[in-house]
Design a protein around this ligand. Structure first.
Ligand code: GTP
Ligand code: MG
Length: 192
């Protein structure tokens, strides 16, 4: 049937990305509106009530930790999520390279493998460059090149858990990717 975005009752956002890019810091910065100097490996799942979100939809934010969680647990979380934020650190080129070498293919294959059949809907993705406080240039050119190859990427944002720059925007873009997707998330196959 026709997918009607406005009928969605909640939005579930999953943060993934290499160790140390700042996933947990981003979540705790959003919640406390200040930068936590010390963070646990994994933040508790949080629910943001509808009335304090820009789109008025209750929003769950889920952290991932490779130390605390198995590959199977990650796959289960990817399948449960409505949008996946792939986080890299703007000062760490390896974490940026891993978006295409690891994370985007992982999300695609996870969504496709649940029943052995290709999923007709791709999971929307937001690319998040954290730690923008550490550099004086932008990584957006590299990211735009990636977006050309992966149409499921809805948007990208550079931010800082430390200065809170673009933190609320990042979660707003994730909500928007679910509620108002702009790119064709449905893959039309073999239409006669
Ligand atoms: P794992 O749980 O190991 O996967 O890492 P993570 O992605 O959750 O990163 P975490 O939030 O633990 O942050 C890793 C380190 O980066 C910590 O020392 C943070 O203080 C630091 N950090 C996080 N965000 C920022 C930021 O915006 N700017 C700067 N300068 N440091 C940051
Ligand atoms: Mg963490």
């Amino acid at each position: 049937g026709q997918y009607t975005a406005s009928q969605r009752k909640n939005v579930r956002i999953l943060l993934v990305g290499d160790a140390g890019v700042g996933k947990t810091s981003l979540i705790l910065s959003l919640v406390s509106e200040e930068y936590p100097e010390e963070v646990p490996p994994r933040a508790e799942e949080i629910t943001i009530p509808a009335n304090v979100t820009p789109e008025q939809v209750p929003t769950n934010i889920v952290d991932f930790s490779s130390v605390e969680q198995s590959d199977d647990a990650l796959a289960a979380e990817i399948n449960k999520a409505h949008v996946v934020c792939i986080v890299y650190a703007v000062d760490d080129d390896d974490s940026l390279d891993r978006i295409t070498s690891h994370w985007l293919p992982l999300v695609r294959s996870t969504c496709n493998s649940a029943d052995g059949e290709p999923d007709e809907a791709r999971k929307p993705i937001v690319l998040v460059g954290n730690k923008i406080d550490l550099i004086e240039y932008s990584t957006i050119d590299s990211v735009l090149a990636i977006m050309e190859d992966y149409p499921e990427i809805e948007s990208c944002v550079e931010c800082s858990a430390k200065t809170l720059h673009n933190i609320s925007e990042m979660f707003y873009y994730a909500q928007k990717a679910v509620l108002h997707p702009t790119s064709p998330l449905y893959i039309m196959e073999d239409q006669d």
